[in-house]
Design a protein around this ligand. Structure first.
Ligand SMILES: [Zn+2]
Length: 258
């Protein structure tokens, strides 16, 4: 085998190795995060900090592509011919792909951990509550993440039920993360539409903006609705949420097209 082919094969093997270590690391990170959530008695912040540490290490794998290219591969290739720039492309395509995979993975992981946290918090909250006056069983709502005032159907006493700290926490970030995963398909459509605009570098035809506007509004609409099914109070903000997102779209378009 000639020297050129030998160098190309070595580079290809190196990139394959990086990609497979990257995939293994993600699988490991998922397992470790799920375990940590249970072992920390559902301490969500600690678990997310643990994931951030693992993410930084996983990114170092991607950084290795450029390091090894600069230090070893390019100098060796340039000694024997003019083919290095084609080979460099393979590395940068892989870097982009791994970064995209990492972001996708993170969105899914946060969603899955949030779902586990949610299930746990609901289970705790679902324990029996009894009327302070007559001891009859009273049922709290599990889609309302604040103190609840429940009138006993037997004696009409109004009972105040103060939820557990974990249950209160569900109402905001946790339901957001779950809703994100439930609307992944709409999110992907929106991302594809914005990517198509980016590729035109400020020259995208108006029809591209129409496609993006539609995808943007469909995504946010389904995201806010998914949140409401988990936290009924968010219904009150639905109209404002939609208006705010519409405004964000208009501002973005203005900046990009003028
Ligand atoms: Zn009662």
């Amino acid at each position: 085998m000639d020297k050129k082919q030998e160098l190309i094969n070595k580079w290809d093997a190196f990139l394959l190795k990086i990609e497979s270590r990257f995939t293994d690391s993600l699988n490991h990170a998922k397992e470790a995060s799920v375990n940590q959530l249970a072992e920390s008695d559902y301490d969500f912040e600690t678990t997310m900090r643990g994931w951030q540490g693992m993410k930084a290490q996983i990114r170092q794998l991607t950084d290795k592509i450029d390091e090894v290219w600069d230090e070893k591969v390019e100098p060796q290739m340039e000694l024997i011919g003019d083919f290095a720039s084609d080979e460099y492309t393979k590395g940068s395509i892989l870097s982009d792909k791994l970064e995209e995979n990492l972001q996708r993975f993170e969105r899914q992981l946060e969603g899955e951990l949030s779902q586990l946290f949610y299930d746990h918090a609901i289970k705790i909250a679902d324990k029996k509550h009894n009327c302070t006056q007559c001891d009859a069983e009273i049922q709290i709502r599990n889609d309302l993440f604040r103190a609840q005032y429940i009138t006993c159907s037997f004696c009409n006493t109004v009972n105040t039920i103060a939820p557990e700290a974990k249950f209160l926490k569900v109402g905001w970030g946790i339901v957001d993360n779950i809703a994100k995963v439930k609307t992944q398909t709409e999110f992907d459509v929106m991302e594809a539409a914005i990517e198509a605009i980016r590729l035109h570098r400020g020259q995208a035809p108006e029809s591209y903006w129409e496609t993006y506007e539609k995808a943007h509004s469909e995504y946010w609409n389904s995201f806010f609705k998914a949140r409401i099914t988990l936290n009924s109070e968010l219904q009150n903000r639905y109209d404002d949420d939609i208006k705010r997102k519409q405004k964000e779209f208009e501002n973005y378009k203005k900046i990009q097209t003028t």
